[in-house]
Design a protein around this ligand. Structure first.
Ligand code: ADP
Length: 630
């Protein structure tokens, strides 16, 4: 019999399975039953679509069969089955593994992680088997095929005999060793226990022929054995069970298996509603953002069941974009089995469910924020960005809904705070909510513009994510308090007297400022005397709606059109440098030009922006060092 090779990564995974020191070997049964259940779902769904009435749901089941003599355990189903090609593609290759790199040395912990990450399904059979045989016949196909493998050397596929459609997986158990007893998987009680533990909610009966004994007819002490078919699972899906009867472990297990995550969810939301619309929903907030979460590849959506039957794998209409991180399912008896995707989009019931779920998710997050702050911060580190996008999207339509779920770093608290907390601490005469933008907290902390506000004891929000400022601009204000960017907006912190003085100073230095602006040759729109500097000589601000941070963000996006913020160079009139400028204006205008360029370059550097001509800048600084009196 010709052996075919496994694809390299599949081979590696198989090796892991065969030599696994994974303690939860028993999960192989759960995986095989889950595959069987999926195959029956698929078949039933297909038949619904095709209007095929040849089979009813109650005809579908999983069967476990034990052969103690030959030490085999067989899991069979009458689901969709597989064609020859499908056997080849589904069992010879691990499709999902493409992006994962196996480490060369493996240890127990990594094994478990890898096994968990894949939700490896079928291959887990090799944890307990020395040989696995799969006989399958696709629904409607005339011929059946047998796939067989003893492990990494490869697998074979041959035509075979098999009655009816579906799949049977025969496990030839590994020989027992001193440490390991594989015979346990031939014991009725053990199999019953495993089905109860892992597969109780599977919605098809899982049947097993069991041996029982009874008194022989007419006898008082002689027993005889007889066989009987027993259904091992209760078939009540987890989400239809009473919340109080479900353990945390059950929820976690269910989530990991169903949504292919290897970590327990951070949060479980289990609700049922009756009334205008009746449904059960089981929702999960993952403990970590999936790798592709912030990419275009990520698909949001919840599984949708109509009265227990899966009708859609990812129903996007059930989740708003800002809660796209939620995973889970909805089961409603108010939905028709045969509803098409197009009709679903306009379905009134579905809209109602979506709007209920949105409220429910929000209140769950709120309660986490109010009662378990640390947990919430963990959540926010994963998905806060998505909430902030949510505020920004659709022209700020969802700001009301989301604004109290946002967290920003506070300059005075040195931790994440809500807008409500900030507003609650505002001084009586404080008019605005102040914020500063930059690459990192440390960077912002050093910005010259922060000094004045710190001095006045004003709290600032430090914004480090690209979307932050856009979100705040869309919100415009929080409870009537305007947001102000400390680098660009008029902060209105001066007293009347200071304002008067400033006006006078500007008037007096009008010509000097105009000269400096011209010296910068169009790089800045204006040179002004600053009202926001304390100990630093200069800073950059902007005019108009676009700040320097926004310029950076917008220009980083793939677009041909580059935006440019209208730059304004602000000079601190109380800094000794300003005196030097004033002196030079009368004495050496050539040198004053150089100074203007140097100051502008400094302002750029402090903003985290590149200087236009670093070499010229460096030369100018050297000249000054060599020739200070110049
Ligand atoms: P997963 O179930 O996570 O996709 P598996 O390795 O368990 O991964 O199975 C791979 C594929 O093999 C399945 O996606 C399915 O297409 C097919 N398969 C496995 N078991 C069965 C079965 N009992 N009936 C039909 N197809 C099956």
């Amino acid at each position: 019999m010709a052996l075919k090779q496994f694809q390299a990564e599949s081979k590696r995974l198989l090796e892991l399975m065969i030599h696994s020191i994974y303690t939860h070997r028993e999960i192989f049964l759960r995986e095989l039953i889950s595959n069987a259940s999926d195959a029956m779902d698929k078949l039933y769904y297909q038949m619904l679509q095709d209007g095929d009435t040849g089979l009813s749901r109650s005809d579908l089941s999983v069967e476990l069969k034990v052969d103690k003599e030959n030490r085999t355990l067989t899991v069979s189903d009458n689901g969709c089955g597989m064609t020859k090609e499908e056997l080849e593609n589904n069992l010879g290759v691990i499709a999902k593994s493409g992006s994962l790199n196996f480490k060369q040395e493996n240890n127990a912990k990594e094994d478990i992680e890898i096994i968990g990450q894949f939700g490896v399904g079928f291959y887990s059979a090799f944890m307990v088997s020395e040989c696995v045989t799969v006989r399958s016949r696709a629904y409607g196909a005339a011929e059946a095929y047998e796939w067989q493998s003893r492990g990494v050397e490869g697998y074979s596929i041959e035509p075979c005999e098999k009655e009816g459609h579906g799949t049977e997986v025969v496990l030839q158990l590994k020989p027992n060793t001193d440490e390991e007893n594989y015979d346990e998987f031939l014991e009725q009680y053990r199999l019953r226990e495993l089905v109860k533990k892992y597969s109780d909610y599977i919605r098809y009966p899982i049947r097993m022929e069991v041996e029982r004994s009874r008194l022989k007819e007419g006898s008082k002490d002689e027993y005889e054995t007889y066989t009987e078919v027993e259904t091992l699972n209760s078939m009540v899906p987890l989400w239809r069970k009473n919340r109080r009867e479900i353990t945390k472990e059950e929820y976690n297990q269910f989530y990991k298996e169903k949504f292919h995550d290897y970590q327990d969810p951070q949060r479980v939301i289990h609700t049922s509603t009756e009334g205008a619309v009746t449904y059960n929903a089981l929702l999960f907030v993952p403990a970590k953002a999936p790798m592709d979460f912030y990419t275009r590849d990520y698909e949001k959506g919840l599984q949708l069941y109509a009265n227990g039957v899966l009708i859609m794998e990812k129903c996007a209409d059930l989740l708003p974009d800002y809660f796209s991180f939620v995973r889970g399912l909805v089961d409603s008896q108010d939905l028709s089995l045969n509803i098409s995707r197009e009709m679903l989009q306009h379905d009134r019931q579905l809209k109602l469910i979506a709007s209920n779920l949105e409220k429910r998710i929000k209140s769950e997050l709120e309660s986490m924020l109010n009662n378990e702050r640390e947990e919430y911060e963990k959540f926010f580190r994963n998905f806060g960005l998505q909430l902030k996008y949510g505020v920004y999207m659709d022209y700020g339509m969802h700001r009301e809904l989301l604004q109290d779920l946002l967290l920003f770093y506070s300059s005075s608290e040195k931790k994440l705070v809500t807008l409500k907390e900030y507003a609650g601490r505002m001084k009586e005469d404080q008019k605005a909510i102040y914020y500063a933008c930059g690459e990192s907290i440390e960077r912002i902390e050093q910005m010259p513009q922060t000094e004045l506000l710190k001095d006045k004891g004003l709290e600032m929000l430090y914004l480090t994510d690209n979307v932050d400022e856009f979100a705040l601009r869309v919100m415009m204000n929080y409870e009537g308090k305007e947001f102000k960017n400390i680098s660009t907006d008029d902060l209105g912190l001066e007293s009347e007297e200071e304002k008067e003085n400033a006006k006078k100073q500007i008037e007096e230095n009008k010509d000097l400022l105009a000269f400096l602006r011209d010296a910068l040759d169009g790089k800045v729109k204006e040179v002004v005397l600053s009202q926001r500097l304390k100990s630093h000589p200069v800073c950059l601000s902007t005019e108009g709606g676009i700040s320097l941070e926004m310029e950076k963000v917008l220009n980083a996006m793939p677009s041909d059109e580059k935006v440019k913020a209208q730059r304004v160079l602000e000079i601190n009139a109380n800094h000794p440098v300003f005196q030097a400028l004033t002196n030079l204006y009368g004495a050496d205008q050539e040198k004053l030009k150089t100074y203007a360029q140097l100051l502008y370059a400094q302002a750029l550097l402090m903003e985290g922006l590149p200087v236009d001509d670093p070499v010229a800048f460096s030369n100018q600084v050297c000249d000054l060092m060599v020739n200070p009196e110049g």
